[in-house]
Design a protein around this ligand. Structure first.
Ligand SMILES: [Zn+2]
Ligand SMILES: [Zn+2]
Length: 170
């Protein structure tokens, strides 16, 4: 019965699957699926790149680029008082593009999430800036925040998130 393996973590469970890197036998509960095949839970944590995940540095770069693009885009669209679904989409796309390239062309979910979050920040910035413009130079910030119609910016906000995601799908 030498061909019957038992799980490295569960000696009472038989299995035919083993880690593609260290050859430990693994039961279904212990199998992890990496970008290059079956891995045990130790090997899967060794190399984030092997899992297709972004490194911390790539995440940092992507976040900086995404927030930068969001700040610039939000300011510009806000100043010209041009906040709608189309500009939201454009803003999101720009942010997604910045995050995608700054991260080394990663499609990792963490990069997508920070791109989407940054796009939303940029859109909200645009909403605040355009509302300040509407309230006039003497407008108080409290007034400005009250004046923002969140229903009005719901569409552009969703468009910004969608725009940020688009870049990661082609
Ligand atoms: Zn392993
Ligand atoms: Zn197991």
């Amino acid at each position: 019965m030498s061909d019957k393996l038992t799980c490295f973590y569960h000696p009472n469970r038989e299995t035919r699957v083993s880690c593609g890197r260290c050859d430990r036998p693994l039961c279904p509960d212990c199998v992890r699926h990496g970008a290059t095949g079956v891995r045990c839970k130790e090997c899967i944590t060794l190399s984030p790149a092997e899992r297709g995940l972004a490194s911390r540095e790539q995440i940092r770069n992507a976040l900086a680029a995404a927030l930068g693009a969001a700040a610039v885009g939000g300011l510009v669209f806000g100043l010209v008082d041009w906040v709608n679904v189309v500009t939201g989409l454009a803003l999101g796309f720009g942010v997604g593009l910045a995050a995608f390239h700054a991260s080394g062309r990663h499609r990792d979910v963490s990069i997508r999430a920070l791109a989407g979050g940054s796009a939303l920040v940029g859109l909200l910035l645009a909403a605040v800036v355009s509302s300040i413009g509407m309230a006039g130079a003497g407008g108080q910030l409290g007034h400005v925040l009250v004046n923002i119609s969140f229903a009005q910016f719901l569409g552009p906000s969703l468009a910004a998130i969608v725009g940020a995601m688009v870049r990661f799908h082609f």
